[in-house]
Design a protein around this ligand. Structure first.
Ligand code: PGA
Length: 241
C-alpha cells in the first residue's frame, strides 16, 4: 500500500480529486467507484469546481456506489441516492442513467444484489474505487467478520456504525438496521483503490490497517492483498504511523 500524508483535509481532498480528474481525462469511459459519508465530500466539491472551471466532462463516464440503506427511498434526504445527487451528480454533466447505486427499496433484495453485481461485471469492473474507512475497519458496509469472498449482499449494520451515522438522522432509532453493500471480493477486483481518512478519530483504524495483520475481523486489512492501493490521509489520521 502506498501512503500519502497530507497536511489537512483540503489537501487530501485535492489529491484524490486530481486522481479522478486524471482518470476521466485519460479514459473518458472510466468506471469510478464512489463512496458516501463525510470524508469524500471535499473530493466531490473539488470535482465540481474543476468541472465548472476547466470543463472536465463525465458524459461518457460511469459511476458505481458502494452501498445504500435498505428501506429508504431514493428521494429521502438520508438516502445515498440523494446524497450523491446533492453532493456531485446534479453539479456535473454525468447522465444519471450512468450512475449506479444499489436500490434499497427493491422488493427482492437478493435479486437486487445480483443485479448490482452484474452491472459491475458488465462494466468490466471498477477502474478507480474511492473508499472511506469505518472506526471498526469497515469498507463499504462490510462490517467485521464479513467474508473476504463476499459479493454484493445485504448486511445488518453494526451498532457502532449505526451510532456513527446517527449524526445524519433525527435519532439513532431512525438509522436503518440494514444496507446493501458491494462485497469485499467485488471491491478487491477494482483496478485501483484510493482509501481516504481524515482526522484523529480515524488514527487508530489507520494504524491497525497499516501495522496489523490481514484478518476478516478488520475488513480493511484485505487491502494489503491488493496490488494498487493508495491511502491518502491527513497527518491527524496518520499520527500513529
Ligand atoms: P465517514 O464514513 O466518511 O463519514 O467517516 C466512513 C465510513 O464509515 O466508511
Amino acid at each position: 500500500m502506498n501512503i500519502i500524508k497530507t497536511e489537512n483535509y483540503d489537501e487530501m481532498s485535492n489529491m484524490a480529486a486530481n486522481k479522478i480528474i486524471e482518470m476521466v481525462r485519460t479514459n473518458p469511459k472510466a468506471t469510478i467507484g464512489l463512496a458516501t459519508g463525510s470524508t469524500p465530500k471535499g473530493v466531490y466539491k473539488k470535482l465540481i469546481e474543476d468541472h465548472k472551471a476547466n470543463g472536465t466532462t463525465y458524459k461518457q463516464a460511469t459511476t458505481v456506489n458502494l452501498d445504500e440503506y435498505v428501506g429508504i427511498s431514493r428521494n429521502d434526504p438520508h438516502s445515498y441516492h440523494f446524497f450523491m445527487r446533492e453532493q456531485l451528480f446534479s453539479h456535473i454533466d454525468i447522465p444519471l442513467e450512468q450512475t449506479y447505486i444499489p436500490d434499497g427499496m427493491a422488493k427482492d433484495l437478493q435479486l437486487e444484489c445480483s443485479r448490482f453485481e452484474s452491472v459491475i461485471q458488465d462494466l468490466d469492473g471498477v477502474d478507480l474505487q474511492l473508499l472511506g474507512i469505518g472506526h471498526n475497519g469497515h469498507i463499504g458496509f462490510n462490517e467485521p467478520g464479513t467474508s473476504f469472498e463476499s459479493r454484493t449482499h445485504v448486511v445488518t449494520l453494526a451498532e457502532s456504525t449505526r451510532k456513527a451515522n446517527a449524526r445524519f438522522f433525527p435519532s439513532i432509532e431512525d438509522v436503518p438496521a440494514r444496507a446493501i453493500t458491494m462485497g469485499i471480493a467485488t471491491i478487491m477486483e477494482s483496478k485501483e483503490i484510493i482509501l481516504l481518512a481524515s482526522g484523529s478519530s480515524k488514527a487508530e483504524a489507520i494504524a491497525r490497517l497499516v501495522n496489523g495483520e490481514v484478518n476478516e475481523n478488520f475488513p480493511a486489512s484485505v487491502l494489503k492483498l491488493h496490488k494498487n492501493v493508495t491511502i491518502i490521509a491527513d497527518k491527524d489520521a496518520l499520527q500513529f504511523i
